[in-house]
Design a protein around this ligand. Structure first.
Ligand SMILES: *Cc1c(COP(=O)(O)O)cnc(C)c1O
Length: 719
């Protein structure tokens, strides 16, 4: 190591490099990069919610230059920047071999939400998490890919709980300058501005670019001086406001998204609509073709060849429907642009073709102009075929052209630090090349190797499980202290008695949509109390999740759980962590021993949070719905009930609650507490190994995006 001070040219190279690094979300799945920003300002890392751009505003360039004279730090920075460069420039990607044509004509992936990292809270839940993970894997695979969404300046709400244990929604404006966002500008440095017509008026937008590894994602933003106040606020909130705001946001996303791509000179080969929100893009594609001289019918056929559509839920409320009046007022321009009458426009969104008086359904529009459509698990594919058979005029669901690709998660991005270090160490010890980790961790061979007892011993796995559980408990205690209200005066539970590091820790966290039945397990309250009180085999629960601002039933579920956590005998053994987001999710999927999922079957189209638990050695305990029914085999976790369900929902709740309690007491608790002389639960660990081997690689977006590419992206006629 050289003891000569760095020259100012060298210093500039390193500081510029750090700024570039901070502005590419690649750091969000590279551990060294995160640790580097953490070490620049440990307090800042925590207080600024792990946001490198904000850290570099906190740490001045002057300070950086001084500290880079520390050879150890300079070496780390150089190595991380070299890794970053190598990743960006890697020539031998999967797509270079399997999808080279998409390099020039990429896939344009439209999604109303993307969840990439906790510092950029512009998503409401699972749909956004999936879109974010899809994008990260598209980058890892080297795929020609570009994302389109909206910049929600106030993001999704921050949750707090009031004295009545009722959810409150708070909105804090984000500052784009303090986020990994670059303004989209033209060659002369001026913002690229586009417009769409809504309610007969032009609404202007500019855009922000997020660099996600090798892939760009563009966010449209109507906060422009040309717009009237109400339109400047159009992109304020994720799914904000009423149906009027909603249709306006969706016209902006679909039509504005296509216009932005054209302005940037991007000519996608396929437009992928992630859920129906973006389906107005099809009308813009038709308009373009008609403006170039095609007939309406020809333009429709050509547009259909360009688009694919993924539907994400069988829940009715998840399918946007707009009234005839609203479509007339907000989207009247479509009629002029496409030279069609109002009835003809309404027919494009009619889920019961030919039937007068139906609302305008975005799913119907998306299906009408897609060359292929899919659900997000095998069962959801089946359910969707049944659901849309009327639309296709079929009597047999099997004749409905909706396929399925089961969701996944971006594994490497989800694995928490200590666990990731363990897997990295094992990878190196068994001959793996560190820079291949981000790729190889998605393969079955990798997990076979990791799960081999001669590579990772029971003792090491169990030690890691203890460490992760303790980290979750300490995280929960810290959060509860901030939440404050849990500890009122006269409260005898001291802080350290809250949650027990030896207890079997059961986690439940997701949106509090009612079909997910968050409080189901407490239907058996007396029985659960017995489990919790068993001091030789203690069980405890950690819950988190947000209810949609207008979902009173979901909020009542939250209230019930918090009430139990404060005023019932479950106190100290049940906690609710406020403000669920990616960061809380990561703490929970890593620290819990059991991940509970008890939706009302078949409404959980796929579910993805359970997939995030696997690489941490947390086991799933789930109804056989969505992804879980595809690979639960009796040895790799726990199933609740059979691969079928009663028609009657009350009956279903009753049966599921009984089955849940049964498997908990007969299998989960005994296996977890069946310890050998050294205190290790050998059979539990055997299940962890089975879970690693059978689930980790399969439920990754690495596999999922390859499947989309082969089945849908490369099947564009003429590509
Ligand atoms: C993964 C994830 C979800 C999805 O959870 P499900 O169990 O699939 O509903 C929701 N919210 C956040 C923040 C996530 O990270």
């Amino acid at each position: 190591m050289s003891l000569n001070p760095l020259t100012s040219a060298e210093l500039k190279e390193l500081t510029d490099g750090l700024h570039r690094l901070a502005r590419n979300l690649w750091w969000s799945w590279d551990q060294d990069a995160q640790e580097l920003f953490h070490s620049l300002s440990p307090r800042g890392w925590q207080n600024l919610y792990h946001n490198p751009v904000a850290i570099l505003h906190e740490v001045s360039d002057y300070e950086l230059r001084v500290r880079l004279q520390d050879p150890e730090l300079a070496t780390r920075v150089r190595k991380t920047l070299a890794d970053f460069k190598a990743y960006l420039e890697e020539p031998q990607t999967w797509a270079a071999a399997h999808a080279p044509k998409l390099a020039k004509n990429p896939v344009a992936y439209f999604s109303a939400e993307f969840a990439f990292h906790e510092c950029l809270p512009i998503a409401a839940g699972g749909l956004g998490a999936l879109a974010g993970d899809h994008t990260k894997s598209a980058s890892d695979l080297g795929l020609g890919f570009v994302g389109i969404s909206l910049f929600y300046r106030e993001g999704y709400f921050q949750q707090s709980i009031n004295n009545d244990n009722w959810q409150q929604e708070n909105y804090n404006p984000l500052n784009p300058r303090n986020l990994p966002l670059d303004p989209v500008v033209d060659g002369s440095g001026k913002p690229v501005v586009g417009s769409v017509r809504i309610f007969g008026q032009p609404i202007h937008f500019h855009a922000w670019r997020i660099n996600v590894g090798r892939v760009p994602v563009y966010l449209l933003d109507t906060n422009r001086p040309e717009n009237e106040g109400q339109y400047r606020d159009l992109t304020n909130r994720v799914y904000g406001g009423d149906t009027t705001t909603r249709i306006m946001q969706e016209i902006l996303l679909g039509v504005g998204g296509v216009r932005l791509l054209r302005a940037l000179g991007i000519q996608p080969s396929t437009f992928h609509m992630n859920e129906g929100h973006a389906a107005f893009l099809t009308l813009e594609l038709i308009r373009e073709k008609m403006a170039a001289g095609k007939s309406y019918a020809e333009a429709g056929d050509l547009t259909r060849q360009e688009c694919i559509f993924t539907t994400h839920t069988p829940v009715e409320a998840g399918h946007d429907r707009f009234s005839s009046d609203l479509v007339q007022l907000a989207g009247g321009t479509f009629q002029t642009d496409l030279h069609i009458g109002h009835d003809q426009l309404m027919e494009l969104g009619n889920e019961h073709p030919g039937k007068a008086g139906s609302p305008f359904c975005m799913t119907a529009l998306a299906l009408r102009f897609s060359r292929a459509a899919n659900g997000v698990s095998e069962l959801h594919g089946e359910v969707s075929r049944e659901m849309w058979k009327g639309y296709y005029g079929k009597t047999e669901a099997s004749e409905v052209p909706i396929g399925s690709i089961t969701n996944g998660v971006h594994l490497v991005g989800w694995v928490k630090g200590p666990m990731r270090r363990l897997w990295m160490r094992k990878f190196k010890e068994t001959g793996g090349e560190p820079k291949r980790f981000v790729y190889d961790a998605n393969t079955p061979e990798f997990w076979n190797r990791m799960a081999d007892p001669t590579v990772t011993s029971d003792e090491e796995l169990w030690a890691m499980r203890y460490r992760l559980r303790r980290e979750l408990i300490e995280f929960a205690r810290r959060r509860l202290l901030i939440q404050g209200r849990s500890f009122s005066s006269g409260d005898f539970i001291t802080f350290d008695a809250m949650l027990n590091p030896d207890a079997l820790t059961i986690g439940f966290a997701r949106r509090f949509a009612t079909y997910k039945r968050a409080p189901l397990i407490f239907d058996q309250f007396d029985n659960i109390l017995k489990l919790v009180r068993d001091t030789s085999r203690p069980v405890q629960f950690v819950f988190a999740g947000k209810a949609h601002p207008r979902d009173e039933h979901g909020k009542a579920f939250i209230q019930k759980i918090i009430h139990l956590s404060k005023f019932s005998e479950l106190k100290g053994h049940l906690v609710f962590i406020e403000n669920y987001d990616i960061h809380v999710c990561r703490q929970m999927v890593s620290g819990c021993d059991i991940w509970l999922n008890n939706p009302r079957r078949p409404l959980e189209a796929s579910g993805t949070s359970g997939m995030k638990t696997t690489p941490h050695g947390c086991l799933n305990l789930s109804i056989l719905d969505g992804w879980w029914r595809e690979d639960f085999d009796g040895t790799n976790g726990f199933g609740i009930g059979p691969d079928s369900h009663p028609e009657d929902v009350q009956e279903q709740d009753r049966v599921d609650s009984a089955n849940l309690y049964k498997v908990l007491t007969e299998e989960v608790v005994p296996t977890f507490f069946n310890r050998d002389a050294t205190g290790i639960p050998r059979q539990w660990i055997a299940r962890i190994r089975r879970s690693l081997v059978t689930l980790a690689a399969k439920y990754s977006t690495w596999r999922m995006v390859q499947e989309y590419t082969g089945k849908y992206y490369l099947t564009r006629p003429g590509l």
